[in-house]
Design a protein around this ligand. Structure first.
Ligand SMILES: NC(=O)c1ccc[n+]([C@@H]2O[C@H](COP(=O)([O-])OP(=O)(O)OC[C@H]3O[C@@H](n4cnc5c(N)ncnc54)[C@H](OP(=O)(O)O)[C@@H]3O)[C@@H](O)[C@H]2O)c1
Length: 335
């Protein structure tokens, strides 16, 4: 396969290099792209040096089978035609095309076949918070239809990119030295704080990040489920956590849920309160699966179940999910 990574210098772009190598993805040739800021930089992939090319409107994508794109929404919109015009499959990490009717939104554990119908040659990777939630919801939906979801997220600083991750570390250093912390990437100081504000506010009081969890979940699961989310930035470097309450058509017992999670693809059950076993971002960072724990029947709702998930949002929430989509296309001989 001839593979491209667009936005290779970023948090997700760097993860693509690791994930492609780790999973033995069949790369015959790798072409790296960035803006003029990172053009010329050299990265090593499987012992070979690759120089970053500046992304431009030309024929650089001719012959490339798949492009993993993580350079922000405006870049995706501007370059989609350039990337796909010669038949390259564009797997896009931005939110630019996710809700477009002619762009499939895919999580391989949930709706892999949707990736086969891509009239524009674009497949969208969902929002990182949505990905881990739908992976956990799928085995429960298979037992009883999920009618309603309330979810509260605890999102790591790296969710806002490599420079946001660096800003959190810098803030702790500055505060320890008695200096004023630098605040550029977040609305407030994140060190020693939590910020209930991710992406911009909309007219109904929810943020765009929160509405993504509603809209994207329905599209991926082909479901009429209602999702009410509160998305919160927390001073964690890597891996998002989520507290989720679901209401199903018939009650799902804790035992049924544990069994379903244990047998599900992409999930590790970590749920033994007597041994203080539950997932935490510190230990999940760098791992592939979605970890699930703290499973309880909801005492406030007879048809309710509540649980806690943690997953590395740069890995399963971005690069790994995209690579798994490409692996699925290779498996079914679609690319
Ligand atoms: N971080 C996460 O956890 C996460 C999870 C899921 C999805 N995403 C999405 O993935 C995308 C990238 O996020 P990130 O966290 O990796 O951001 P990031 O660390 O800020 O990196 C942004 C990347 O985009 C490149 N870029 C920006 N403008 C460009 C242009 N005009 N042409 C070519 N490359 C350009 C940058 O290259 P230069 O160095 O050359 O500027 C850099 O490589 C975003 O759409 C984000 O929403 C991120």
């Amino acid at each position: 396969m001839k593979v491209a990574i667009v936005g290779v210098s970023g948090a997700v772009g760097q993860e693509f290099l690791r994930v492609l190598d780790e999973r033995d993805f069949p790369v015959d040739e790798l072409v790296l792209f960035g803006s003029s800021r990172s053009a010329g930089r050299v990265y090593v992939f499987r012992g070979k040096q690759c120089t970053v090319k500046e992304l431009k409107h030309n024929d650089d994508f001719k012959g490339i089978d798949v492009a993993f794109v993580s350079a922000g929404g405006s870049t995706s919109v501007e370059f989609a035609e350039t990337i796909t015009q010669h038949g390259t499959v564009m797997i896009d990490n931005s939110s630019a095309f996710r809700m477009d009717a002619d762009v499939p939104l895919v999580v391989p554990e949930v709706n892999p076949e949707d990736a086969l119908d891509r009239p524009r040659g674009i497949i969208a990777n969902p929002n990182c918070s949505t990905i881990q939630m739908v992976v956990a919801l799928k085995p429960l939906e298979d037992i009883s239809h999920i009618r309603r979801i309330h979810v509260s997220t605890y999102q790591a600083s790296s969710g806002a990119g490599a420079s946001a991750m660096a800003e959190l570390v810098k803030q702790y250093e500055e505060i320890l030295k008695g200096e004023e912390p630098t605040i550029e990437k977040f609305a407030y100081q994140l060190a020693y704080n939590v910020i209930p504000h991710i992406d911009v506010f909309t007219d109904n009081g929810y943020t765009k990040e929160e509405l993504k969890m509603h809209n994207e979940t329905r599209k991926i699961m082909h479901s009429d489920v209602e999702v009410s989310a509160t998305c919160v930035r927390v001073p964690v470097i890597r891996s998002h956590s989520e507290a989720t309450w679901i209401e199903t058509e018939r009650p799902i017992s804790v035992d049924e849920a544990r069994k379903a999670f244990s047998n599900a693809e992409g999930i590790i059950l970590q749920d033994d309160p007597s041994k203080k076993e539950y997932p935490m971002p510190l230990f999940v960072a760098g791992q592939d699966p979605v970890y699930v724990g703290r499973i309880r029947s909801d005492i406030a709702n007879p048809n309710g179940l509540t649980f806690w998930t943690v997953s590395d949002q740069i890995k399963k929430g971005a690069a790994l999910n995209a690579v798994q989509i490409a692996e699925y296309l290779i498996k079914v001989k679609n690319i």
